[in-house]
Design a protein around this ligand. Structure first.
Ligand SMILES: *Cc1c(COP(=O)(O)O)cnc(C)c1O
Length: 379
């Protein structure tokens, strides 16, 4: 019996979503750019899905650009803004705990002559809007701050940062890939110009996402070709995947509040089991507003490698932080930014992340099995 507790890495496709996805793969094959009935049918589904996405973040349908996922949306936002604005300035502000899709885009831009300020987070993984204000220059063209961190869950003060940027020309991007579907997002309130989302983090299929691009914001188009997506992103849209994505969004929207309470319960169950069994543990980023589904725990006296191997053998699927660096076992850049390079947390922390298909019994079982492993590993 395996218990999947790695929903921040990716999620199972919701059964209702996959049923219709499979059906549409067979029937909805028309090209939405064709003018005949098959094309018009695909166009109708595409337009409906775009409306669903727009509504979900209080945007206009014309402000939604479908992409191949979160990474492409992040790249389109960052490179697209940098290249469009390069005659206005060359300075970018971000944080040192962004997803690699943002961090490595910024590193690439540094090689191309842009200057990047990586704001340092505190030991809760948090930055302040004051740090952004202080870092701003006349030449700042882009500020990219993630909404909720995928490794420790910390939620950044995006709205306050939006306020700071109101009187500045810099474009404001947020990577909301991990937050979308878990916390309500309203782009007008937040004051963001660009926002990235991916379907596979909220029980939709992989390989589809969107970039919200506020009307009037200019980015250089990175993928050229046909006229799709109002000429913002060429290539025939994957309509069945986009419809499945919008089905997943509708399901998530109605359950955000229930899930929040459920996941808080799950966290409490794990902690109760560990308390009862006398396990020594600490929650990373414990003192801050966080995404409800992410719980990053340090187990003093253990090390990640044996922890992950033993948990996997016991059927508990968790990860050491970002899926993207999981294969390598490099210390997490997020925990490094929070605690410094000598901190024991870098070597003994694992991320539990919750989602579809879990219940209190499974969580308790996972907690008990984890406790047995910790007791074995800690000498
Ligand atoms: C998963 C993730 C991404 C990348 O999204 P893909 O659709 O997998 O390319 C980007 N940012 C964050 C915060 C993520 O969690």
């Amino acid at each position: 019996m395996t218990i999947y507790l790695d929903h921040a890495a990716t999620t199972p496709v919701h059964p209702e979503v996959s049923a219709r996805y499979v059906e549409l793969l067979g029937t909805l094959f028309g090209n939405p750019s064709s003018i005949h009935s098959y094309g018009r049918e695909a166009r109708k589904w595409l337009d409906d899905s775009r409306k669903t996405m727009a509504l979900s973040i209080n945007a206009d349908p014309n402000e939604i650009i479908f992409t191949s996922g979160g990474t492409e949306a992040d790249n389109a936002a960052i490179f697209g803004t940098a290249y469009a604005m390069k005659n206005k300035g060359n300075h970018i502000i971000t944080t040192n705990i962004e997803h690699p899709a943002v961090l490595n885009a910024c590193k690439q831009l540094e090689l191309e002559g842009f200057e990047v300020t990586y704001l340092e987070v505190d030991d809760n993984g948090l930055i302040t809007s004051e740090q952004v204000r202080t870092a701003l220059r006349d030449t700042t063209i882009l500020v990219s701050i993630m909404y909720g961190n995928n490794e420790v869950g910390t939620i950044q003060p995006i709205q306050l940062i939006g306020d700071v940027l109101k009187d500045h020309n810099a474009v404001f991007h947020t990577d909301a890939v991990q937050a979308y579907g878990h916390v309500p997002l309203d782009v007008r309130n937040l004051g963001v110009d660009l926002l990235s989302v991916s379907a596979h983090k909220l029980n939709g299929p992989k390989g589809v996402g969107f970039l919200y691009q506020r009307k009037g914001i200019d980015t250089k188009v990175l993928q050229v070709g046909g006229q799709q997506e109002r000429k913002r992103r060429a290539g025939t849209e994957n309509v069945p995947a986009i419809v499945a994505f919008s089905d997943a969004v509708k399901l998530m929207q109605v359950s955000i509040e229930d899930n929040r309470m459920k996941y808080k319960d799950f966290g409490d169950i794990l902690k109760n089991v560990w308390d009862l069994k006398g396990i020594n543990y600490e929650v990373n980023a414990s003192d801050v507003e966080k995404l409800p589904h992410v719980l990053n725990i340090s187990f003093p006296g253990t090390d990640i490698e044996s922890l992950l191997v033993n948990l996997d053998m016991a059927g508990i699927c968790v990860s050491s932080g970002s899926a993207c660096s999981a294969g390598s076992l490099d210390p997490s850049h997020v925990l490094l930014a929070m605690y410094g390079s000598n901190a024991p947390q870098l070597r003994n922390s694992v991320r539990f992340s919750f989602g579809l298909g879990l219940n209190p019994q499974l969580i308790e079982e996972a907690g008990i099995k984890t406790a047995e492993i910790i007791n074995r590993l800690v000498k």
